[in-house]
Ligand binder design. Structure first.
Ligand SMILES: [Zn+2]
Length: 482
C-alpha cells in the first residue's frame, strides 16, 4: 500500500485560529481524504507550537501560567478542526512530555556529532520586552509595544552548524529531492542559497525559561524552531534516537517517515527548506519529499489584522455556512499556491451561486422529478477511476489544483442543469421518456458526489445515500440560501 504522510505546521499559540490556519489545515484534510479514497496508507498530522518568549509574555499578560495559556489556545485549535470535520490522525502539542524528551535526545545527538557548538547570538534586543526581536517583529524599525529601536546585543548560545549543509541541500533542492512547489518558490529558495547562503543559526536562548532545556547545559532552552520542527517526527511517535534502519523495526507510526507532503504558507518556507532539512541530515533521517507553499488571503484587498478588525475565524465560517460549505468556500477561494482575496460578500455570492442555486438546487430538482414520476433508476456510484471525469480530477489533485478540481465538477453540474432546461422533463407525460433524460443526469450527480467526498464529506455522503437508493426521494434542502 503506498504511504502518504501529510503535515501542516504546528501553529503558534500566540494567536487563535484564523482563516490562514484554516486554509492550510482544510487543504491537508482534502488531500488526506483523497489519498484514503485512493487506498493509500495515510497519516495526517497537525498540532500546536507552544514554547518561547512570546508565549511566556502572552501568558503573563493574561495572568496565566504558560502551560495553562497553551492549553486554552490548543483547545481552540482542536475545536476549530473538529467543527470543520478535519480528519487528522494526531494532534501534536510541543509541550507533550514525549515530544520534549525526544527533542532533548535529538539535540544531544547533534551536539555529540559536533553539529552544535557554543557560540554567540547577536540580535536586536528590546529592554522593555526583555527579549530579542526579529526584523519581522518590528514596525518601522521599532518595537511595536515600546516604540523604541531595539539595541544590538549579543549573548552566549549554542549554534547549529547550518552552513555545513549548504552544498548538500542546494544540490538536493535543485534535483527536486526535496521538491518545492510551486516552482517559483523553488526558484526563490535556490536563489537564496546561491546569493546569500546558509549561516550557522542559534539553537538556544539563555533567558527564556518556557522551552525545552538543552540537555547538557540547563541554563539554556531550545530555540523554538528547533523544537517545533521535530514535531513532524514526534507526531509519529519518534523517540529522538532512531535512524532510518531502526525506524522500520519500531512499532510506532514511524514507518510512515518521511513526509510525502508538507503544507505551509510562504512566511515559513525558508526555515523549512534550510534549518529543517539540515537537522534531518544531521540526524541521518530521510528528507520530506514535497513542500507545498500556499498563498495568503487578503480580506477585501487588505491584509488581515486584528487592528483592522477583519480577521475571519473558522468558527464564524462554520456558524454562517455550515461545515462542508465552509470547506468548499475556503478551498475554492484562490488558486492553491497563489494569493487570494476574500470577503464575506464573496463567500455569500459563491455560496448562493454554487451551492444553494447550483448543487443544492440541482439535487432537489432531479430527485423531485424522479420521485414524482416514480422512477426506479439503475445507477450506482462509479469509483473505478477509469472514467474521464475521474482521471481529470485525479490529475488536478495530484498537482494540488483544488480550485480547478472543483471547477471541473461544477462544469459537469452545469451541463446537467442545461440538459434539464433544454429537455424540460417536467413537461413530459411519458415516464419512459422522462427516465431517459434523468438517468444520465442522476448518474452524473452521483459521480460528482463521489469526487466531492474529500471537500464536502458529509454532504457528499448524503447525496450518495439519496441517489444510491432504489427509490430516490426528494431530500432536505442541502444549502439554505443566505
Ligand atoms: Zn519592546
Amino acid at each position: 500500500m503506498p504511504k502518504f504522510y501529510i503535515t501542516t505546521p504546528v501553529y503558534y499559540v500566540n494567536d487563535v485560529p484564523h482563516i490562514g490556519h484554516t486554509y492550510t489545515t482544510v487543504a491537508a484534510d482534502v488531500l488526506a481524504r483523497w489519498r484514503r479514497l485512493m487506498k493509500d496508507e495515510v497519516f495526517f498530522l497537525t498540532g500546536t507550537d507552544e514554547h518561547g518568549a512570546k508565549i511566556e509574555n502572552k501568558a503573563a499578560e493574561m495572568k496565566l501560567a504558560p502551560q495553562q495559556y497553551s492549553d486554552e489556545i490548543a483547545a481552540k485549535f482542536q475545536k476549530a478542526w473538529q467543527e470543520l470535520n478535519v480528519s487528522n490522525d494526531n494532534f501534536l502539542r510541543t509541550t507533550n512530555p514525549a515530544h520534549i524528551r525526544a527533542v532533548g535526545k535529538a539535540l544531544q545527538q547533534m551536539h555529540d556529532r559536533g553539529d552544535i557548538y557554543l557560540g554567540k547570538y547577536q540580535g536586536l534586543y528590546c529592554r522593555g520586552c526583555e527579549q530579542y526581536k526579529s526584523e519581522r517583529d518590528l514596525v518601522d524599525g521599532l518595537c511595536p509595544d515600546h516604540k523604541v529601536a531595539p539595541e544590538k546585543m549579543s549573548e552566549e548560545c549554542y549554534n547549529f552548524k547550518l552552513s555545513k549543509y549548504q552544498e548538500r541541500l542546494l544540490a538536493l533542492i535543485k534535483k527536486d529531492q526535496i521538491k518545492i512547489l510551486p516552482v517559483e518558490r523553488k526558484n526563490e529558495i535556490v536563489s537564496f542559497y546561491e546569493k546569500e547562503g546558509l549561516e550557522d543559526v542559534s539553537f538556544s536562548r539563555k533567558n527564556i525559561k518556557w522551552g525545552v532545556p538543552i540537555p547538557w547545559d540547563k541554563s539554556h532552552t531550545t530555540y523554538v524552531w528547533a523544537d517545533a520542527f521535530l514535531n513532524y517526527l514526534t507526531g509519529l511517535g519518534w523517540d529522538g534516537k532512531a535512524k532510518k534502519s531502526k525506524i522500520e523495526n519500531l512499532k510506532s507510526k514511524m514507518f510512515m517517515w518521511p513526509p510525502t507532503v508538507q503544507l505551509m504558507s510562504k512566511d515559513i518556507l525558508r526555515v523549512h527548506t534550510t534549518i529543517w532539512p539540515a537537522m534531518l541530515l544531521a540526524l541521518g533521517l530521510p528528507l520530506p519529499k514535497t513542500i507545498f507553499v500556499h498563498g495568503y488571503f487578503k480580506i477585501n484587498g487588505q491584509k488581515m489584522s486584528k487592528s483592522l478588525g477583519n480577521v475571519i475565524a473558522p468558527g464564524d465560517l462554520v456558524k454562517k455556512y455550515g461545515t462542508d460549505a465552509s470547506r468548499f468556500l475556503v478551498m475554492s477561494a484562490a488558486v492553491f499556491g497563489h494569493d487570494g482575496d476574500i470577503s464575506w460578500e464573496k463567500f455569500d455570492d459563491k455560496y448562493n451561486a454554487d451551492l444553494a442555486n447550483g448543487l443544492g438546487n440541482l439535487v432537489a430538482r432531479v430527485s423531485n422529478l424522479i420521485e414524482k414520476n416514480n422512477l426506479e433508476l439503475k445507477i450506482k456510484l462509479e469509483v473505478n477511476g477509469h472514467l474521464p471525469l475521474h482521471k481529470k480530477y485525479a490529475a488536478l489533485m495530484a498537482e494540488f489544483k483544488f480550485d480547478e478540481a472543483l471547477k471541473l465538477l461544477w462544469q459537469r453540474l452545469r451541463q446537467a442543469d442545461e440538459t434539464l432546461s433544454e429537455k424540460k422533463p417536467w413537461a413530459i407525460k411519458d415516464a419512459k421518456a422522462v427516465e431517459k433524460i434523468l438517468q444520465p443526469i442522476a448518474q452524473d450527480i452521483l459521480n460528482v458526489a463521489g469526487l466531492l467526498k474529500p471537500f464536502m464529506p458529509a454532504i457528499a455522503e448524503k447525496i450518495i445515500a439519496q441517489f444510491s437508493a432504489g427509490q430516490i426521494k426528494k431530500g432536505e434542502n442541502l444549502f439554505p440560501r443566505i
